[in-house]
Write a protein that binds this ligand. Structure first.
Ligand code: GBH
Length: 457
């Protein structure tokens, strides 16, 4: 019988991000981020929701930490708002903003919860948009590194697990490549693919310079990770030919070849770069060395995957469409593909040839159409079904000896889900956005039991 027992040192956590929960957008010296400006433009988010209040976590963080303690997690991933701590993006540090994170960390540490801080989860200062159009400019990488220095100097006594940028492809490609898709993230419309690739190249540089800045500023040895969401190719069957097809598709997939490859190997994937041709970004000498920093861990945000099988035709593999009626949770893209966790871990280890690199699932979770029963409960058995299967798949990776060290469930509570506003609920705590009352869903109790038993129950 498989008990899905994890090793004793396996990390159990949950994750959130600053703009999605903090609110207090104009308080204590914080200035607007690009998300404040974007979400307040008419028609950009569902119901016109913004993160101005969100979960009001800025004022309620102490009781939110109590929920973490009740859940039993020993690890918590949150993000720091650049525009709260350096409101103009560069220059003057807002110590009152820093105090918020000092207070949060103190409460976490008192409860035996280790903070894992992401330095950038999409909410860059609007001032830098005005100054040089954010990620369009190489200067953004330099300003990001200075922000890292200022933050790590001040918070490095409390935080020793740092994550640089969250999901480079999302805030660059979804923000700037809006020629075909409707605008769903802040950015400025650019007309050439090359310019879009230039934004993600600048973000990679920010990651590299950020790593160097964190190491230099940290008062104690620290762990540094990048958080990425590579496209996960899952072999349709686990035949040797379909596995080889999935591995090949993983390396040449556009997003992987241009982001996780340079970050982990110091080179854009060769086949991919050729396919870009004149759309490739300008890469200055020394850039790839800067981007390719030693990492202590890699964070993977895994929600779904694509099925791939071997094909007789070039290039030797093909993507298999989801058939009609294929299970999905409450997002158009949220196909239920539990094996994606296992293959994510295995592809990084085997295809990218980094078997020694510790891996963390930094996000996994789903939105569901949660409803309160008459007794005021949220019986989200659909979320439990999803999470259990993904955790079992994580367990398989661990059992086969892959270096998967921990799992952060997205998310601690329902929050501001970007262009979907407060309309999509990913939390294991239900949030009533009118009263800010948090109510544990059935999945909260279920996850607490997994943690208590150190296994997928
Ligand atoms: C995460 O990204 C984010 O890190 C987190 O902030 C967010 O709350 C969470 O997901 C839930 O959405 O609309 O067809 O262009 C998840 C990865 C990548 C999934 C972009 C959605 C857009 C698909 N996301 N993808 S589409």
């Amino acid at each position: 019988m498989i008990s899905y027992q994890f090793p004793p040192d396996f990390l159990w956590g949950t994750a959130t991000s600053a703009y999605q929960i903090e609110g207090a957008a104009k308080e204590d010296g914080r200035k607007p981020s690009v998300w404040d400006v974007f979400s307040s433009k008419p028609g950009r988010t569902v119901n016109g929701d913004t993160g101005a209040i969100a979960n009001d976590h800025y004022h309620r963080y102490e009781s939110d930490v109590k929920w973490l303690a009740e859940l039993g997690v020993k690890h918590y991933r949150f993000s720091i708002s650049w525009s709260r701590v350096i409101p103009d993006g560069r220059g003057q540090v807002n110590e009152t903003g820093m105090d918020f994170y000092r207070g949060l960390c103190d409460r976490l540490l008192e409860n035996g919860i280790t903070p894992h801080a992401t330095l950038f989860h999409w909410d860059s200062p609007q001032a830098l948009e005005q100054r040089y159009r954010s990620w369009r400019s190489r200067e953004m990488a330099k300003d990001f590194a200075d922000y890292c220095t200022a933050t790590v100097q001040r918070l490095g006594d409390r935080i020793s697990n740092w994550m640089t940028l969250n999901e480079i492809a999302c805030f660059t490609h979804l923000g700037y490549d809006v020629i075909k898709t409707p605008e769903m993230a802040p950015g400025s419309r650019v007309w050439r693919k090359k310019d879009v690739w230039q934004t993600s190249h600048h973000a990679l540089l920010a990651h590299g310079l950020g790593c160097q800045a964190i190491r230099a500023a940290s008062p104690c040895p620290c762990s540094i990770a990048l958080v990425d969401n590579p496209a996960i190719t899952v072999p349709l069957t686990e035949s040797p030919t379909d596995i080889a097809a999935a591995q090949q598709a993983f390396s040449t997939n556009w997003v992987n070849g241009g982001i996780i490859f340079p970050a982990l190997t110091g080179q854009y994937n060769e086949v991919f770069l050729q396919s870009l041709g004149r759309e490739a970004p300008d890469i200055r000498s020394g850039d790839l060395e800067t981007i390719h920093q030693p990492l202590d861990a890699l964070g993977l945000n895994i929600y779904t995957g694509s099925h791939v099988r071997a094909s007789q035709e070039s290039p030797g593999y093909e993507y298999v469409d989801y058939p009609k009626g294929y299970p999905r949770l409450h997002m158009p893209w949220l196909w239920v593909v539990p094996e994606s966790i296992y293959w994510a871990v295995r592809h990084i280890s085997d295809v990218l040839k980094r078997p020694e690199l510790p891996l963390l699932i930094t996000e996994n979770g789903c939105s569901a159409q949660d409803e309160l029963t008459q007794q005021g409960e949220i019986l989200d058995s659909d979320r439990i079904l999803y999470l259990r299967q993904y955790l079992q798949s994580a367990h398989r990776a661990v059992a086969e000896g892959y270096p998967l060290k921990g799992y952060f469930l997205w998310s601690l509570m329902d929050n501001f889900e970007w262009s979907w506003g407060c309309d999509r609920r990913f939390g294991i705590l239900y949030n009533d956005f009118k009263t800010q009352q948090r109510t544990p869903k059935a999945s909260f109790r279920w996850y607490a039991e997994c943690i208590r038993q150190n296994r997928a129950v």
